[in-house]
Design a protein around this ligand. Structure first.
Ligand SMILES: *[C@@H]1O[C@H](CO)[C@@H](O)[C@H](O)[C@H]1NC(C)=O
Ligand SMILES: *[C@@H]1O[C@H](CO)[C@@H](O)[C@H](O)[C@H]1NC(C)=O
Ligand SMILES: *[C@@H]1O[C@H](CO)[C@@H](O)[C@H](O)[C@H]1NC(C)=O
Ligand SMILES: *[C@@H]1O[C@H](CO)[C@@H](O)[C@H](O)[C@H]1NC(C)=O
Length: 329
């Protein structure tokens, strides 16, 4: 058989390409992380392993990337809890205390009492963490979202958020319950308590409420004891709170609401976020799902939060496909 030089060259080139691709594929499949990376990045610029959506994408929306900063840890640990002077001054001004205790002493005491671990900062092409943030809006009433909410890995609720008697609409499970002393409620021991501290006393209250019960009031009477698993307590990081206020709310309101802080917590630790129970019900009423409508309007704005601005940002996140908003139906 006669082969021209050109044919031989073409043949050699094809053969090399074939060998290279075979090698690449065998390596890729042998190393699951590499495989996961290729699979996820080829599929729609994915930086996580979820099928539907990823919080982070290779090419992202500028509105989102200008605000999103993954290097600020949402939770306080004994290692990251040094606040800058600016943050400390801002945080201490939120709910003025007449004689605040020494913050560093309180912190030391706190992390002797609860664990200090760095959690959830493990975003990777192999991770798919789905989260539901369940607000307390009356628009959940009759929604029958319960089963859909319960399919998520994390189910984050806030403040009172009762589930018993409302399961079909709000779900059965709670993995994280976000609260502050004045909004505290009892939890079962599989639920993680996420304390949002607005003052030094709140950190002292947590230790007290899970041990001696000596603190009975802040600026108002509070529960002196709560039921919760002390090995599953997390503390919302004031540095993260200030970042949310500056970057995401651009200084609107005096400080972010628990609802907004919960959504922000989720978008920084989850790959896929579904938001339920935010906003008014279909008649434009603002009330809680466990209350009757006659309290309409009572909860929309307290003077410290800019509820409209927060809701706008939440809707923008939905527009940019960063969260999935479930509205009343
Ligand atoms: C994110 O936050 C860190 C710590 O505050 C800061 O050093 C960094 O510049 C920020 N990154 C962006 C992109 O804003
Ligand atoms: C922060 O405050 C402390 C004590 O008030 C002071 O000693 C320190 O110099 C301040 N740091 C900066 C960077 O301003
Ligand atoms: C959680 O509570 C159940 C019953 O209420 C109890 O049997 C179990 O030992 C508790 N678990 C922990 C870790 O405290
Ligand atoms: C919310 O967004 C709408 C439309 O983009 C705008 O007209 C309105 O002023 C915004 N509200 C606030 C409180 O920012």
């Amino acid at each position: 058989m006669f082969l021209s030089k050109r044919k031989i060259r073409t043949f050699t080139l094809l053969f090399s390409i074939l060998t290279f691709t075979t090698l690449l594929f065998s390596y890729t499949f042998r190393d699951p992380s590499l495989y996961g990376f290729f699979k996820s990045s080829f599929r729609n610029n994915r930086l996580c392993a979820c099928h539907q959506q990823c919080m982070m994408k290779l090419e992202d929306n500028p509105w989102f990337t200008e605000r999103f900063n993954q290097s600020i840890h949402p939770l306080m640990t004994s290692d990251n809890s040094v606040l800058s002077n600016e943050t400390f001054r801002w945080w201490q001004g939120l709910q003025l205390e007449t004689e605040p205790a020494d913050f560093n002493e309180v912190k030391k005491e706190l992390f002797r009492f609860i664990p200090s671990e760095t959690l959830y900062m493990d975003a990777s092409p192999k991770r798919c963490r789905t989260c539901a943030v369940v607000g307390n809006s009356g628009n959940l009433k009759g929604s029958r979202y319960g089963l859909r909410i319960d399919t998520n890995d994390f189910i984050i609720r806030m403040n009172q958020a009762p589930t018993r008697g409302f399961e079909e609409d709000v779900g059965w499970r709670t993995t994280h319950h976000v609260m502050y002393p004045e909004s505290a409620t009892d939890l079962d021991n599989t639920t993680t308590l996420v304390l949002v501290p607005f003052k030094t006393l709140d950190l002292q209250w947590l230790v007290s409420a899970l041990s001696t019960g000596t603190i009975t009031e802040t600026y108002m009477p509070v529960k002196s004891r709560i039921k919760a698993n002390k090995d599953k307590v997390l503390i919302y990081n004031p540095t993260f709170m200030k970042y949310i206020f500056d970057s995401w709310l651009e200084g609107h309101g005096r400080y972010p609401s628990t609802g907004f802080l919960s959504i922000m917590f989720a978008i920084h630790i989850c790959d896929e976020v579904s938001v339920f129970g935010f906003g008014a019900d279909q008649y434009g009423n603002w009330h809680h799902y466990w209350e009757e409508n006659d309290l309409a309007g009572a909860h929309k704005d307290t003077q410290v939060h800019d509820g409209d601005y927060e809701y706008n940002v939440t809707c923008l996140l939905a527009d940019k496909h960063k969260i999935h908003m479930f509205k009343s139906r």
